[in-house]
Design a protein around this ligand. Structure first.
Ligand code: SF4
Length: 162
């Protein structure tokens, strides 16, 4: 049984910016929950952001650029939320390191948790290729991050290890 960090909103917690969750209904995800030790975590709420909160997107870059100080995370009201997003990423990493977690399933498209694509910074519902801030930091420290649409790939990886 592996320990897996999972975005809290995928587990039915109503922690998204609009107070909703994003619980997937697919067999792979159900398998994951049933067969592994799931550690629920929301970087944004852990960093002190409220529920609900303004929607935020990474401007002019992706997660790596935010971590290196070359891009910002802004709310759609113009508020600068960069420090909270970086703190959320650091807290997620601390959690993984403290609990020896090597795998994560995080929510696609989120500016924190996205792992293949994120929203493009124009609040237009369009996406760009890239990682969110938390995903970037976890990957930099060798945590393998999958989206909720890639649980079958994680399943293959875990089967190799067992
Ligand atoms: S930060 Fe991640 S866990 Fe929290 S609501 Fe956004 S996508 Fe879900």
């Amino acid at each position: 049984m592996a320990k897996i960090l999972v975005s809290a909103c995928l587990l039915g917690c109503k922690v998204r910016y609009n107070g909703s969750d994003l619980k997937p209904s697919n067999n792979d995800f159900d398998w994951l929950i049933k067969h592994h030790q799931i550690i629920s975590f929301c970087p944004e709420v852990s960093a002190g952001l409220p529920i609900p909160r303004v929607p935020a997107e990474i401007q002019c870059g992706v997660g790596q650029n935010v971590l290196s100080g070359n891009a910002k995370v802004l709310g759609n009201d113009g508020s600068d939320l960069t420090s909270q997003f970086v703190l959320g990423a650091q807290l997620a990493l601390e959690k993984c390191q403290r609990e020896n977690i090597a795998f994560a399933v995080l929510t696609e498209y989120s500016p924190s948790c996205g792992s293949n694509s994120i929203y493009n910074g124009h609040f237009s519902a369009k996406k760009k290729v890239g990682n969110g801030v938390t995903t970037s930091l976890l990957k930099e420290h060798n945590v393998q991050v999958y989206s909720q649409h890639q649980v079958h790939l994680l399943q293959l990886e875990l089967n190799k290890e067992s």
